[in-house]
Design a protein around this ligand. Structure first.
Ligand code: PLP
Length: 376
C-alpha cells in the first residue's frame, strides 16, 4: 500500500477519464478530419470535450485549442503571441518563479531580442500586483503570470494585475499558466482577464500528454506546429481523441465540486500543519494564504533527496521540488527568500481532497522516524 502525496507532479486518472479514454480507443477510433461516419463520430467526441473544458474555465468553446500538455500550451502562448504582437513592442513581463516551460521559453525569446522584465517577490516572499503593473509600458507586448506556484502553492495576483494592465494598456496580451489552479481554485477566464490560459490534463486526474490553450476572441497567434491545420490551424496534428475525451470527462467530474474540494483540502492542510508542529526542525515554506493543495516544508539538517528516499522506502511519495526538474533545485524557493540550506532540505507534499488524515499521520510519523535515522 502506497501513500501518494505528489499530486502537483501528476494525479491518478479518475474512473470517468479512464472510461472515456477506453471508449474512445475502442469505439471511436476514427480520425476527426475524415469525412465519413467514423470521422464524424470522433469529431463529436472532441467537440463534447471542448465544451467541457470551455465550461470548466469559462471561455468560448471556439477558444479551446487542445495541445499535448501545458508545456506545449505555454510555448504556443508565448512564442505564438510574441510573434504576432512583438514585432514593434519588444518588452515581455513575467514573474521570476514560473514553471520551466515558461521560464525557458522566455529565455529563448530574450536571446532572440526581446527585453524581459522578471518581476520578483518582495522581502516577505509576496508578489505585488503594483510591481507587475509598474513593469508594463507602451513597449510591452505580453505579460505572463502563473496562477499558483507549483513548488510552494503561492497564489500570484493574476486577476488584480491583468485587470489593471487591460485598463492601462489594452493592447498587452495577458497569459496565465493555470495548471495548478484549474479545478482546484475557482478560477475563470473572465475573472482572470487572461487572453491566454494554459491547462494540463494530468494534473486534474486525466491522462498525461493532453492539455489546452484557451484563447480569447480576437487574440491572434502564429502556430508553432504547422501541418494539416487541425484545431483551426493553430495546432496541427491529428487530435488525440481518447486523451481529449478523458480530459473532458475529468473536468466534467471535478467542476461541480471545486469549492467543496477546496474546503476539504484546507482542512487537510490545517491538519497536516498541526501535526508537523510536533517536529521542531520542520519549517513551513508555503504561505498561509496559498493553495491548500501544495504544502512545502523544510526538514532542517536533512537533504531533500535523502528524506525523500527514506519516505519512499515506507511507501510514501512526496517530491523534493518540481517533478520536471528531477529533484534538482529550480531556484524558485531561493527566489521566495529561502536560504540555500533551507531550500536544499525542502519537501513538497501535494494532496487531493481524497487524501486522508490517516495518510498524513503516516507521513508525519515516517518523517519523525526519518529525521532520527538518516543523516546528511
Ligand atoms: N506549468 C505548471 C505550473 C506545472 O506545474 C506544470 C507541470 O508540472 C506544467 C506547466 C507543465 O505541464 P505538462 O506536464 O502538462 O507539460
Amino acid at each position: 500500500m502506497s501513500i501518494y502525496l505528489d499530486n502537483a507532479a501528476t494525479t491518478k486518472p479518475c474512473a470517468e477519464a479512464v472510461e472515456a479514454i477506453t471508449a474512445a480507443l475502442t469505439d471511436n477510433y476514427g480520425n476527426p478530419s475524415s469525412l465519413h461516419r467514423a470521422g464524424l463520430d470522433a469529431q463529436l467526441v472532441v467537440d463534447k470535450a471542448r465544451r467541457s473544458i470551455a465550461k470548466a474555465i469559462g471561455c468560448d468553446i471556439s477558444g479551446v485549442v487542445f495541445t499535448s500538455g501545458a508545456t506545449e500550451s505555454n510555448n504556443l502562448a508565448l512564442r505564438g503571441a510574441s510573434a504576432v504582437y512583438g514585432k514593434r513592442r519588444k518588452r515581455i513581463v513575467v514573474s521570476s518563479v514560473e514553471h520551466a516551460s515558461v521560464a525557458e521559453t522566455i529565455s529563448d525569446l530574450e536571446k532572440s531580442g526581446f527585453e524581459i522584465v522578471r518581476v520578483c517577490p518582495n522581502a516577505n516572499g509576496e508578489f505585488r500586483a503594483a510591481d507587475f503593473i509598474a513593469a508594463c509600458d507602451e513597449n510591452t507586448c505580453l505579460i505572463s503570470i502563473m496562477a499558483v506556484n507549483n513548488e510552494t502553492g503561492h497564489i500570484l495576483p493574476v486577476q488584480e494585475t491583468f485587470s489593471a494592465v487591460k485598463r492601462l494598456f489594452p493592447e498587452i496580451i495577458t497569459h496565465c499558466d493555470c495548471v495548478q489552479a484549474f479545478m482546484k481554485l475557482p478560477v475563470k477566464a473572465k475573472m482572470l482577464c487572461a487572453d491566454l490560459i494554459s491547462l494540463s490534463g494530468h494534473k486534474i486526474h486525466a491522462a498525461k500528454g493532453i492539455g489546452a490553450l484557451c484563447i480569447s476572441k480576437g487574440t491572434r497567434l502564429i502556430p508553432i506546429i504547422t501541418g494539416g491545420a487541425q484545431e483551426k490551424g493553430i495546432r496541427s496534428g491529428t487530435e488525440s481523441v481518447p486523451l481529449i475525451a478523458g480530459f473532458g470527462a475529468a473536468a466534467d467530474k471535478l467542476l461541480p465540486s471545486v469549492y467543496e474540494r477546496y474546503e476539504r483540502a484546507a482542512v487537510l492542510r490545517a491538519y497536516l500543519l498541526g501535526r508537523l508542529g510536533e517536529i521542531d526542525v520542520v519549517m513551513v515554506n508555503s504561505p498561509k494564504d496559498g493553495s491548500p493543495y501544495v504544502i512545502n516544508i523544510s526538514v532542517v539538517g536533512r537533504r531533500s533527496e535523502i528524506m525523500l528516499h527514506f519516505l519512499e522506502q515506507k511507501g510514501i511519495y512526496v517530491s523534493s521540488g518540481s517533478a520536471c526538474s528531477k529533484g534538482a533545485q529550480s531556484g524558485v524557493l531561493v527566489e521566495f527568500g529561502l536560504s540555500r540550506e533551507r531550500a536544499d532540505s525542502a519537501l513538497r507534499v501535494s494532496i487531493t481532497a481524497d487524501t486522508t488524515e490517516a495518510e498524513l499521520d503516516a507521513f508525519v510519523d515516517a518523517l519523525k522516524e526519518g529525521y532520527s535515522k538518516v543523516r546528511g
